[in-house]
Design a protein around this ligand. Structure first.
Ligand code: NAD
Ligand code: UDP
Length: 320
């Protein structure tokens, strides 16, 4: 990363008012950087950044990454994009634009100011995988015209752009494929499974298992993920990825529901709801590459991560 001659490095985080972005910003500020957060607040919330009000090294700019951005920075983390299926399916055209135009605009910025750029891709590029667990070499099994395609294909096209900018123009890109991550600051109505189940259990509402709950996911706690991000960015100009970051411990959705109910207690019932279209049946990262290249592996297992996340949502739910 470029160091300014008379100051700290200034880092742009797009999507910084969201769940992952706000944790990343905390980590970058702890490391002594200046941070410019760019977000259009579509799914993010400024309350995720309230604790940074008045911080001398933090700046917020409301901006949509579908439009060009002219700023001077030393590195870019591009996280802007709705991540929850209910949010990215709300305005699918805008989701594809955010992924693709956002990638073009942020890569253009990286090219102009000659800095490394990190991109938040996703395990969704593997679609409903026929290879298990999923290594980075797997090309995926994605429906190009289904309800999840705006997100999956948008992210796949963004990956294409990142690697073409790398090959064609020599841009130092870092593409991470994130597997299901959870933790404090997910929005209580975010719709993703961990926050949904915890909030439902805390409110004594039915816990909604889609389908039979036999589909699997592998859940990574946010602090582990952010450590992987920072190691990747620090890894130097020869490491571009894509690299899977996630926790390989795999659970069925029913197991997750039972675990959450056991931890929260209360009177919630487990109920079944229709399985959404194209819902992947299994997902587990092969993290051999992250272990080898970044010396990274997750440390916080689901029990501990759920305890921390439940403690956070308990306060949110109590505050109303
Ligand atoms: P999130 O919805 O909490 O955060 C996304 C942020 O991007 C929000 O603050 C939102 O307002 C902002 N945003 C959306 N469209 C924008 C636009 N056009 N211009 C500017 N800002 C915009 O989601 P998250 O979980 O924090 O996800 C962050 C990134 O990580 C996303 O790119 C997502 O695809 C990726 N990802 C997350 C997970 C996960 O499990 N959390 C898994 C795979 C990939
Ligand atoms: N899911 C569920 N109940 C919910 C929310 C989600 O059973 O209230 C299921 C969903 O169908 C999927 C899994 O949990 O199989 C993970 O969903 P999520 O939206 O968190 O992320 P995905 O990995 O599907 O993008």
């Amino acid at each position: 990363m470029v160091q300014r001659p008379y100051g700290r490095s200034r880092i742009l985080v797009t999507g910084g008012a969201g769940f992952l972005g706000s944790h990343l910003i905390d980590r970058l500020l702890e490391r002594g950087s200046e941070v410019l957060c760019v977000d259009n607040l579509f799914t993010g919330d400024k309350s995720n950044l309230d604790h940074l009000a008045g911080h001398p090294r933090f700046e917020f700019m409301r901006h949509d990454v579908c439009f060009p951005l002219y700023v001077e920075v030393d590195a870019i983390y591009n996280l802007a994009c709705p991540a929850s299926p209910i949010h990215y399916q709300h305005d699918p055209v805008q989701t594809t634009k955010t992924s693709v135009l956002g990638a073009i605009n942020m890569l253009g910025l990286a090219k102009r100011v000659k800095v490394p750029i990190f991109h938040a891709s996703t395990s969704e590029v593997y679609g409903d995988p026929t290879v298990h667990p999923q290594p980075e070499s797997y090309w995926g099994n994605v429906n190009p015209i289904g309800v999840r395609s705006c997100y999956d294909e948008g992210k796949r096209c963004a990956e294409t752009l990142f690697f073409d900018y790398q090959r064609q123009l020599g841009i130092d890109v870092k593409v991470v494929r994130i597997f299901n991550t959870y933790g404090p600051r997910m929005h209580p109505s975010d719709g993703r499974v961990v926050s949904n189940f915890i909030v439902q259990a805390l409110r004594g509402e039915d816990i909604t298992i889609y389908g039979e709950g036999l589909q699997t996911r592998s859940f990574c706690y946010v602090d582990d993920l952010i450590e992987g991000f920072v190691r990747f960015m620090d890894a130097g100009p020869d490491v571009h990825g894509p690299i899977n970051i996630g926790n390989p411990n795999e659970f069925t959705i029913r197991e997750l529901a039972e675990k959450v109910l056991e931890k929260v207690g209360g009177r919630s019932r487990l109920v079944n709801r229709p399985l959404p279209q194209d819902d992947p049946t299994q997902r587990q990262p092969d993290i051999s590459l992250a272990r080898e290249v970044l010396g990274w592996q997750p440390k916080i297992e689901l029990d501990e991560g759920l305890d921390r996340t439940i403690a956070y949502f308990r306060k949110v739910v109590e505050a109303g």
